[in-house]
Design a protein around this ligand. Structure first.
Ligand code: PAF
Length: 285
């Protein structure tokens, strides 16, 4: 497995691989790899000839008071895990290589980025789309693999790919979960033991809403009540939002007649950990 920090070097290597007619799969990550990332790598391995994983804690997608400095960076362990999964190239640039001091260009998707996570984290998605477009231009992948856990990120990136005619296929892998349902996330490591014991209520709420929908409930307010009732059993986290939205516009739905995204974010009191989760009704992202 090649570990490369220089964008020009990766671009040169990937250009050659494309000339050799290799199908390139990109798995963009911020490192601190867990089962969720490994599932993305596995998907890229299954569908492409060459798997490239980027590891870059992207400063532009963190707000001023967010966890950029405490974000875990177990680089050697990550490389070991990537190697075990058969990853071919790890691209791990330093921030100065991605954002030199004269960097001036950003890519922003409108509307979809001002709701849900975007409302809580202004500027976050511009950071995401800017870095992902840079990664696409450096690696030139045929396919890029993302997790459903970051559902809004997926929809924003899909919009960017469509709007800018990017020649890349986005491949979305279902959310990987702990046995008790908690969505696997690098941020779970911040949780205190008592918070960790309580946060499975988040997925339990989503499941309760899905069960109600399966039984025929189509009113969003009823399904949202199901989730909030579950959350009422929690004393160690509070919801930031619980929303049911259209998967194209991300606008709230009053009734569910087509594909709908139930998205939620919660924040724990003690470790101040933000956790997001979602479920899609009647289809997929
Ligand atoms: O999902 C993530 O880990 C990040 O948002 C991504 C896509 C790697 C961009 O920094």
């Amino acid at each position: 497995m090649n570990i490369i920090d220089n964008p020009q070097e990766v671009q040169k290597l990937c250009t050659q691989l494309r000339r050799d007619r290799k199908k390139i799969g990109l798995v963009p990550t911020m490192g601190a790899l867990h089962e969720g990332h490994l599932a993305l790598l596995k998907r890229a391995k299954e569908t492409c000839d060459i798997t490239v994983m980027s590891i870059f804690v992207n400063p532009k997608q963190f707000g001023k008071n967010e966890d950029l400095n405490r974000y875990p960076r177990p680089f050697e362990k990550d490389c070991q895990l990537a190697k075990e999964q058969g990853c071919d190239i790890v691209f791990a640039p330093i921030p100065e290589f991605m954002y030199p001091s004269n960097f001036m260009t950003h890519v922003a998707v409108d509307k979809l980025t001002s709701v849900l996570e975007g409302a809580q984290r202004p500027g976050h998605f511009t950071g995401v789309t800017t870095i992902v477009l840079k990664l696409f231009n450096i690696v030139m992948p045929d396919s890029a693999v993302f997790g459903q856990k970051d559902a809004q990120q997926v929809l924003v990136l899909k919009r960017m790919v469509m709007d800018l005619n990017l020649p890349v296929q986005l491949d979305i892998v279902p959310t990987q979960r702990e046995k008790d349902g908690l969505a696997i996330s690098s941020r779970n490591s911040y949780l205190t033991p008592s918070e960790r014991a309580e946060v499975p209520l988040i997925y339990a709420g989503l499941i309760k809403a899905r069960d109600a929908w399966k039984k025929g409930d189509r009113k969003s307010s009823t399904l949202i009540d199901c989730i909030r009732t579950k959350y009422n059993n929690a004393s160690l986290f509070t919801p930031e939002y619980v929303s049911i939205v259209d998967t194209n516009s991300l606008l709230p739905l009053e009734t569910i007649s087509d594909t709908a995204l139930i998205a939620t974010a919660c924040k724990t009191a003690e470790s101040q950990t933000r956790l997001i989760d979602n479920i899609v009704l009647n289809g997929s992202l």
